[in-house]
Design a protein around this ligand. Structure first.
Ligand code: ARG
Length: 601
């Protein structure tokens, strides 16, 4: 029988290459480390081994095997208590005496990279770029002169998380924003600009002004559109209607753009540049920096030709009433029907440009994987992954008039500021309430968005979002600030603690407080496992649920296990401070992974 080493027992132990505790053989066969073995509640153990997964040969049932392993477990193991079998599961509990000697130095050595540096398998030297795999994450992708709606917000929040996660786990990440920056509606915007545009307003509030111009021209255009739609519905020819009025102006302008007319393009470039400039500063408030603002306009016609040539060569491209289509039903792609790839008037479609964009990204970046964070489109191939999500309910009705990303964060920041003002004494202590409320407001929106599984819909709920109680971003921030102030109030610096831990790895409470300390440590040890799980399921809620468990454990420990005011002497005080500083570090790491800036006070 081979041995189960601590290294094989989960992500924490994977990292403990220099285990200070001698490893004794356990009578359990080795199997490759599976991070899913850590538990969802501490009462079920720190790790659990589903015995059938060991595929242990023999005549006995898994439950009997499990009972055998438990019965033969060596007594007095420094790291593991003697387990009790629970059916086919063998729950493993760490011994409380050795845990802090392992976890705390481990966390302090790694600090910001704790929980983020264990994806050794990724470093494949054949992958080039110093062995790192490359992923493109496309997200947010707003449309110029159009509203930034709830779908964009979710894409932004979830996409930023997925990018951070891959970055921290050792991937080379390209963050891409694929703007809606081409098409007839941009011709319409230019026509609107000629009628309603104001340089002054554009300088003052560029995005809002463009939105406004577009809304005005759209209102004028509406009757013509209705007329054309009616004709189409009645089976009449629409070309006469579309050859006059705003229709004609719009189409002519867009034609000039497509033909590369420098003057038409110059105005469009200005709108695009100005928009990107604004987007960039708003994304900065959310800790997001895109590597590239690409967009529909950037797809080259030569690549489009390449896609169409390919489609023809493969025999899947057919002409159908003047347009070019793929009939997916004929090619065993069941849920899909007929897709128009090139329109009747010879114009490229969104789909065609979208596929061409993939080829261009492949040429430019040579990615190993590409993730789209958007409401699903199952029409692209194997290396591409679409990460979908549910709806946000009642955003504009509950947040007021929000049309831009900046409006959304302004509104939640203001709501947060309001909540902070209610406690005048605490409010007076906050140095820069404007920026604190901005950051906390942002975390409130983000946490609300990331609390459930991505596919779930959720309603905007400002009262809940800004509450210091319950599983909110505000509560996380509150816990972080509180942990932070513990060290400050005790007059300790982070370096003191780190040094202390190196020199005195063994001092931790022994009294009634011990259980609290140990449970906090046990939770801290699970973090690497949690990040590994998130990398598989791309669910921000995996991280968030864990952070709430950690925060709740901290809150309940904090009342009992005090740092300041303990009369148990300096060593105990430092030991506790180290514990909290370690917990704070884990909280910081998780919050940053989600894209949240932890506040100091
Ligand atoms: N601009 C699009 C929208 O606002 C999202 C872009 C999605 N990305 C893509 N490659 N199709 O709906």
């Amino acid at each position: 029988m081979s041995t189960l080493t601590p290294e094989a027992l989960g992500a924490l132990l994977q990292g403990l290459g220099t285990d200070p505790i001698p490893t004794r053989a356990c009578p359990i066969p080795a199997y490759s480390a599976d991070p899913s073995t850590s538990t969802a509640t501490l009462t079920n153990g720190d790790l659990t081994i589903p015995v059938p997964r060991l595929r242990h040969k023999g005549k006995k049932s898994p439950a009997d095997q499990c009972a055998d392993f438990a019965a033969n477990f060596p007594p007095g193991h420094p790291l593991f208590q003697i387990p009790n079998a629970a059916g086919i599961h063998l729950p493993i509990f760490f011994t409380s005496n050795s845990l802090h000697r392992l976890i705390l130095p481990f966390v302090f050595q790694r600090q910001r990279s704790y929980g983020h540096d264990l994806q050794a398998g990724l470093h494949d030297p054949s992958a080039g770029r110093s062995g790192r795999k490359r992923v493109i994450v496309e997200f947010s992708s707003p449309n110029i002169a159009k509203e930034f709606h709830a779908g964009h917000l979710r894409s932004t929040i979830i996409g930023a998380f997925i990018s951070n996660l891959h970055e921290k786990m050792g991937w080379d990440v390209i963050k891409l924003n694929y703007l809606g920056d081409w098409g007839k509606q941009l011709g319409l915007l230019a026509v609107g600009w000629q009628r309603f545009g104001s340089e002054e307003e554009l300088a003052r509030q560029p995005l809002t002004h463009l939105l406004d111009v577009y809304a005005q021209i759209n209102a004028q255009f509406k009757p013509e559109q209705d007329e054309s739609k009616k004709a189409r519905d009645e089976g009449r020819d629409t070309s006469e209607i579309e050859s006059r009025g705003i229709f004609a102006e719009r189409n002519a302008y867009f034609r000039r753009m497509e033909d590369g007319d420098p003057e038409a393009l110059a105005l469009w470039w200005r709108f695009r540049d100005i928009s990107i400039e604004r987007y960039t500063s708003t994304y900065t408030r959310l800790n997001i920096a895109f590597d590239e603002y690409s967009g529909e306009s950037q797809v080259k016609s030569s690549t489009v030709d390449e896609v169409e040539r390919d489609l023809k060569d493969k025999g899947v491209y057919e002409e159908h009433n003047g347009s070019w289509v793929i009939d997916f039903k004929k090619h065993n792609a069941k849920p899909l029907h007929i897709a128009v790839v090139r329109g009747r008037t010879g114009s490229t479609t969104y789909l065609l440009r979208d596929v061409a964009a993939v080829l261009e990204r492949e040429k430019k970046y040579g990615f190993d994987k590409m993730i789209y964070v958007l409401i699903g489109r199952p029409d692209l191939a194997a290396r591409l992954q679409h990460v979908s999500f549910g709806k946000v309910i009642g955003m504009s009705s509950r947040l007021g008039n929000v049309k831009l990303l900046g409006d959304i964060i302004d509104q939640t920041g203001a709501a947060m500021h309001e909540v902070m003002r209610r406690n005048a004494a605490k409010y007076a202590q906050v140095q820069d309430p404007e920026s604190v409320s901005d950051i906390v407001g942002i975390s409130a929106v983000m946490v609300q968005d990331m609390s459930g599984k991505r596919v779930n819909n959720y309603p905007v709920d400002i009262a809940h979002m800004t509450s210091f109680e319950g599983n909110t971003g505000t509560y996380l921030q509150y816990c972080h600030a509180r942990l932070n102030s513990t060290l400050r109030k005790a007059g300790l610096a982070q370096e003191d603690i780190a040094k202390y831990i190196q020199d005195h790895p063994t001092t931790l409470d022994n009294g009634t407080e011990k259980r609290h300390c140990v449970d906090l440590l046990r939770l801290m040890s699970q973090y690497p496992d949690v990040t590994a799980t998130a990398l598989r399921n791309l669910e921000p809620s995996t991280i968030l649920t864990y952070l709430f468990r950690l925060a709740h454990q901290f809150s309940s420990s904090y009342d009992v296990v005090q740092v300041i005011g303990t009369n148990e002497g300096r060593y105990i005080m430092l030991g506790r401070a180290a514990l909290y500083e370690g917990a704070r570090q884990v909280l910081e790491n998780g919050m940053k992974l989600l894209g949240i800036t932890p506040v100091e006070r």
